[in-house]
Design a protein around this ligand. Structure first.
Ligand code: NCD
Ligand code: ZN
Length: 342
């Protein structure tokens, strides 16, 4: 059997939620990844150091302490630069997250105008703290499929001119424009790429009916964009790295007249990425994407140890559950070409 052994990887963007949902989903991430950048869009959002440290403890209760949750501060119009600087010094924050207000799930307290957080961003630029960005404009005049490209033109470009030394991760990129912009920008801009945006185009949401489990934000785009981000991910460029954006919502919340955005891919994320890199003839580049580029960008040490993937079919179950929570994983009921050896 063909096998692939790589340095232990990290997930540079994940939603672990809280309470019962945390207990269900966090072990899947900890099984695959040594560390993860944990999103702060809880209810209420994580805007202060104490609650973030307490949340990290709750994550450890579900994963054990071998797993390293890397905490992020949810930026609001009111963020105090001192809270960022102190939490960064105290090894609580690794990054801060910019949600444009109302761009996605639990972003109502997000930033209404990026100029409101310039003092915070200037402080981050001085300290080397990374800014993670959900890069979509919220202008209702802009078509939902164009919101990432519009964000780059209207917000990200000007922001990078004003704060050229700020380290920025444009998260979960979905378009050719984003891939090109990141590749040609200077060394302070990088991007994460999800398994689902590598595997599905927007057609998947409408395949013989409405498929809510393929709905996420940023929404999947046309096939040519999927192909562009596949090229970026498998190019070997250090500017692109793994970030699952695993975003669990209960089956009920997904299969609804107003279904939540988010794809739960944590259980088979590495298997999905390996399948994509194999299809692209780029298995030799998976380790860079999964285990090296992200840590280097964040200025963190590479992980010790390895994981081994085996080329054999893995069946993704129809659903996973705990107590009353039922989750439908990405690609439920289908087969992936690789599996993670225990
Ligand atoms: C995320 C969530 O559910 O928290 N949803 C999603 O579709 N990705 C929020 C986000 O990252 O946009
Ligand atoms: Zn996310």
């Amino acid at each position: 059997m063909q096998t692939l052994t790589i340095r232990r990887p990290d997930d540079w963007h994940v939603h672990l939620r809280d309470g019962e949902m945390l207990k269900l989903v966090a072990p899947f991430t900890a099984r695959q990844f040594a560390r993860a950048i944990v999103m702060p869009n809880l209810v209420p959002p994580l805007t202060a150091i104490g609650p973030a440290a307490a949340y990290r403890e709750r994550i450890w209760e579900s994963t054990g302490r071998d797993f390293r949750p890397l905490m992020t501060c949810y930026l609001t119009d009111e963020t105090d630069p001192d809270v960022l600087a102190h939490g960064f010094d105290d090894d609580v924050w690794v990054a801060a997250k910019l949600y444009p207000a109302n761009a996605t799930t639990n972003s109502t307290f997000g930033v209404t105008d990026v100029r409101n957080i310039y003092p915070a961003l200037e402080r981050m630029q001085r300290t080397g703290m990374v800014l993670c960005i959900h890069g979509e404009v919220t202008d209702p005049e802009v078509d939902v499929f164009d919101r990432e490209a519009a964000f780059i033109d209207r917000i990200l470009g000007p922001l990078m001119r004003d704060l050229p030394e700020l380290k920025i991760v444009l998260e979960h990129i979905t378009t050719e424009q984003a891939a090109d912009f990141v590749e040609t920008a200077g060394p302070n801009l990088a991007a994460t790429i999800t398994p689902h945006h590598l595997m599905i185009s927007r057609n998947a949401m409408f395949d013989r009916g409405l498929r809510p489990h393929f709905y996420c934000l940023p929404v999947a785009k046309r096939e040519k964009h999927r192909l562009a981000i596949r090229r970026a991910a498998t190019s070997g460029s250090p500017k692109f790295f793994l970030g699952t954006d695993s975003a669990p919502h209960s089956r009920k919340a997904k299969e609804s007249a107003c279904g939540c955005a988010g794809i739960f891919n944590a259980p088979y994320a590495l298997e999905a990425y390996a399948t994509v890199f194999d299809e692209e003839g780029a298995l030799d580049r998976l380790e860079g994407f999964a285990s090296v580029h992200g840590a280097n960008f964040y200025g963190l040490p590479l992980n010790e140890g390895t994981v081994t993937l085996e080329k054999n079919e893995t069946e993704v179950p129809d659903s996973l559950g705990l107590g009353t929570i039922e989750l439908v994983p990405f690609l439920a009921g289908s087969e992936l070409g690789w599996s993670l050896a225990d």
